[in-house]
Design a protein around this ligand. Structure first.
Ligand SMILES: C[S@@+](CC[C@H](N)C(=O)[O-])C[C@H]1O[C@@H](n2cnc3c(N)ncnc32)[C@H](O)[C@@H]1O
Length: 230
């Protein structure tokens, strides 16, 4: 049987099992979206209730609202914020801004500790600038539209956040360029270490002979690794 036919047959077999165990509607869903997606959908309410039900929040601060909006990085925003605040990492450099989720978390931290954030991206997004303005955080922020590898940068960095191409060679070159500027006691946070295995591979290869760092890996929400420089 060809691969495609085997897939369809397996989907029907799973849906018959589902029909016996759970009834008609779940069986139809299994046929339509496939058993793996159906299983994932079933797990969703317990993995992240905020995604599937309307939890009514009230009285949240602006920062808490940022943390409570589910997206591809939201599970790491409290960590980014706390890392900057708790370690007083006042000089943050962010590589990769897009919608500005990480930018806002870092900027809220900057306001707490009187720090500043420089963000670098190939593209300028008006909506990110609007979000930063509306949050009253513009005075803590510098945005530079540039390829991060082409940027002239020689300032010391306390917190380096990397979330750009996720390509192996590019990630290695980002580390070669910016890691030496991260001061002792500083932190490098790198997103997508689970969903983009090349990012994790680049971290492992770049730091493999180093005994002056400790690396901690979070697996959820696309993954995030933090490298602490002793
Ligand atoms: C995954 S998004 C960043 C998401 C962002 N951290 C957030 O929390 O919303 C990746 C971003 O990296 C940018 N990017 C990709 N390659 C880049 C490069 N070489 N230099 C600068 N920015 C780059 C893209 O333009 C894109 O906006």
């Amino acid at each position: 049987m060809s691969g495609e036919k085997e897939k369809v047959a397996s989907r029907f077999r799973s849906s018959i099992d589902t029909l016996k165990q759970e009834g008609v509607l779940p069986a139809m869903k299994t046929i339509l979206i496939g058993p793996a997606a159906f299983e994932a959908l079933k797990r969703l309410p317990s993995v992240e209730p905020m995604l599937s039900s309307s939890i009514a929040f009230s009285g949240l601060t602006e920062l808490e609202l940022l943390f409570a909006q589910c997206n591809d990085i939201y599970g790491h925003l409290p960590l980014l914020y706390r890392t900057s605040v708790d370690h007083r990492l006042r000089e943050a450099l962010e590589l990769g801004t897009r919608g500005g989720e990480s930018t806002l978390a870092l900027l809220h931290a900057a306001r707490r500790i009187d720090g500043r954030v420089t963000s670098v991206d190939l593209h300028r997004s008006g909506s990110v600038h609007d979000r930063v303005d509306e949050a009253g955080l513009a005075s803590y922020w510098t945005f530079i539209q540039s390829d991060d590898l082409g940027l002239a940068w020689d300032r010391s960095i306390d917190h380096l956040f990397v979330d750009t191409s996720h390509a192996y060679d590019h990630t290695i070159r980002e580390l070669q360029k910016y890691e030496p500027l991260v001061r002792h006691g500083g932190v490098i946070s790198m997103h997508d270490t689970t969903s983009q295995p090349d990012v994790w591979r680049a971290i492992q290869d770049y730091f493999h002979a180093r005994d002056d760092v400790s690396i901690f890996r979070y697996f959820h929400n696309n993954g995030l690794a933090q490298v602490l420089k002793h």
